[in-house]
Design a protein around this ligand. Structure first.
Ligand SMILES: [Cu+2]
Length: 268
């Protein structure tokens, strides 16, 4: 079972109690990072300069989160290392930690999980609400019971179901999506022989290239048989800009002419 192995996204050996009560268990550590703060370390070899920049120049009240990570990775690497693998009729425990500075609205597509524990303490059974968006405050820990029973409540059946922080910004990487902490609940019947989710003709390869992070890859193009979601060819864009520039200049000259045209005698 994948969750008995340490490595490849699993960070520890499960307890005996967990093995008795649950079919699988996953640790999910969410984080958000400010690029500006994390670049300070690269600005000098002198620790005094770093300390000054980090503690007196950097203003945490102006912090913005640029990177959103699950277990230290952002999408698509989350799919390689931090997916929830499931079979029907299982009880799965998700042990979630929000290690970020902002709240996480954890959303489980296709499943309604029960929040059984807050911060390591079991909630009263009557207070163990079943829901598909769980708000997790910074530094908070919650345990979720994910049951893969296809009853239209606990689960909506086998498939590949996204699992992510439902704040839109959290599914981006440095402002560009798809990225961020998106992962998935994937049923074993939807895994190929390499353990990769079976997708319907979508090519993942461009998402793993440096060009993608240089913003050179039109992300929806592989979904698009008509070819209308790719990039505008470069020459065409330049030609378009030249035409618009010429029109602008023409308009400006016309306005100048109207304002300053030589007046005839009868106007005076
Ligand atoms: Cu979603």
């Amino acid at each position: 079972m994948a969750s008995e192995i340490v490595g490849a996204g699993a960070v520890r050996v499960r307890s005996v109690a967990s093995r008795e009560a649950y079919d699988r268990e996953y640790d999910l550590h969410y984080q958000d990072l400010d690029r500006e703060l994390h670049e300070i370390i690269q600005t000098s070899n002198d620790p005094r300069v770093i300390a000054e920049q980090a503690h007196r120049r950097y203003d945490i009240t102006e912090r913005t989160a640029d990177y959103f990570r699950l277990n230290g990775r952002s999408f698509p690497y989350t799919i390689r290392e931090s997916t929830i693998v499931a079979k029907p009729n299982e009880k799965i425990r998700l042990r979630v930690l929000n290690g970020g500075a902002e709240g996480v609205a954890l959303h489980t597509h296709g499943h309604k999980a029960k929040v059984t524990h807050y911060d390591g303490v079991e909630a009263d059974p009557a207070a163990q609400l079943r829901r598909d968006v769980v708000w997790i405050a910074p530094a908070q820990r919650v345990d979720l019971l994910l049951e893969t029973v296809n009853d239209g409540l606990r689960s909506y059946g086998e498939g590949i179901w996204l699992l992510h922080d439902h704040r839109e910004m959290a599914v981006t990487t440095d402002g560009m999506g798809p990225g961020g902490d998106v992962s998935a609940i994937i049923y074993e019947s939807y895994l190929d022989e390499d353990g990769w989710p079976k997708v319907q003709g979508v090519d993942w390869a461009p998402l793993f290239t440096p060009e993608y992070y240089r913003r050179e890859v039109p992300v929806w193009a592989t979904y698009d048989p008509l070819g209308i979601l790719g990039d505008v060819p470069r020459e065409q864009a330049v030609r378009m800009r030249t035409i618009l520039f010429a029109l602008d200049i023409g308009l400006l000259l016309a306005v100048l002419y109207v304002l300053f045209r030589p007046r005839r005698k009868e106007d005076a």
